[in-house]
Design a protein around this ligand. Sequence first.
Ligand SMILES: [Cu+2]
Length: 460
Amino acid sequence: MSAVALPRLGAAASAADVVDVTLTAAPLSFRPTASVTFAGLAYNGNIPGPVLRVRRGQRLRVRYVNRTGEPSTIHWHGMILPNAMDGVPDVTQPAVRSGGTFVYEFAPEPAGTRWYHSHSEMQAVRGLVGAIVVEDPHDEPADRDVVVVFHDVPNMRSVERAMHGTSSGAMIDPLGSPELAAMKRGDKMGDEPNYVAHCINGAAYPKTKSIIAKVGERVRLRVLNANLTQTRYVRLAGHTLRVTHSDGNRLPQAVGVDALRVGAGERYDAWFELTKPGAFLLQGLSTDPLGFEQALVVATPGMERTSPLSVSATVDGVRYFTYELAGGLGGKFVAPHADVTQHYELGGGKYGSARWTMNDKIWPNTTKIRMRRGQRALVSFKNTSDMHHPMHLHGHVFEIIEINGRALAKPLPKDVSLVDPNGGTMTWSFDATSPGGRWLLHCHNDVHMMDGMMTEVVYA
Ligand SMILES: [Cu+2]
């Protein structure tokens, strides 16, 4: 038995080893706390949607029923699949009209913690998000396996204002975080929505579902940050988290940390063992007055009602997960040979502007990357803005090979990566080995994406 708080689909596969699932998207009046009623959109009546679990080697067939009242699709984030299954309206398929259906079918690859969400403006932030787990028989066994989805309820009018660069949401990152440090320069924030509730798996603390585990049991967390603008720092009071996978991809070795740093769209698998009887908070660290809502209790049997141990909202002096920690910083970066190279300067975001840019251009006028199947690409970024950008590539797993001028000793496989603000650089390497087509490359801060920070990789 696991303490998964979410409905779970996919456990029963048919004789042909196809996992059949129906996902119906429809409006939901979502009440995460007593004071918040939110006009949300939900898969199968739940925000977030059900955890889809499949075993590696099975096929997944999802019948999507769109009852949202607007056109919509499902994007399968982190999957390598036929382009026509990637779920981007007007790029890989016509949007499914309201009342319509569409069947997504593919072999879920690669294994690991992935997710699914709407790729239409404003729909994911309203609740059309969910996790998909492709179980790998080579994964080390765990006594419990718990999906932890961080998602949040915005003030929708503030999201509209954020798209016009005139919102007033505060940066709520924890003390000591690079996000907060980058913002202490007198910036007037124009693109950060206000959030009115912070949730884990559909509830706000203290209504979040607890994880009960005995001392010494191994608990694997699959943490997804489905907040579409903010980074989450996640810590279990009094315990070390051992990170084994980043965006579902296995690390060369587990990395022990006090906290995770999870950008929008990122996932981490990390396990822990409770070291003594008691109750301990798993927290999303935040300076938001509502920050306490992003927590759940991890307790040994019988201790779930005792006052849990907690930590403060700082990462100052806290060892938190970074790409450099996992990959190991090497020497000065020298770009290896590649068939195709492309550099993007990430900019924009001036107060009152609705432009987040790649080389001063916004989608659909950004420079596309054109390559042929089998070629290798190097894509580099320099972030001249004062916000970090969680850049995401569809349909591929890339490797981070450079950060801020230094080579990574071990390239880090991912599908979303945070590019540091104020001059930060990053280089990705990837091969055109997916099925050909149009694969979006964009910032996973949805406000930035909708304001133009998007391009595509195209190959036949
Ligand atoms: Cu961005």
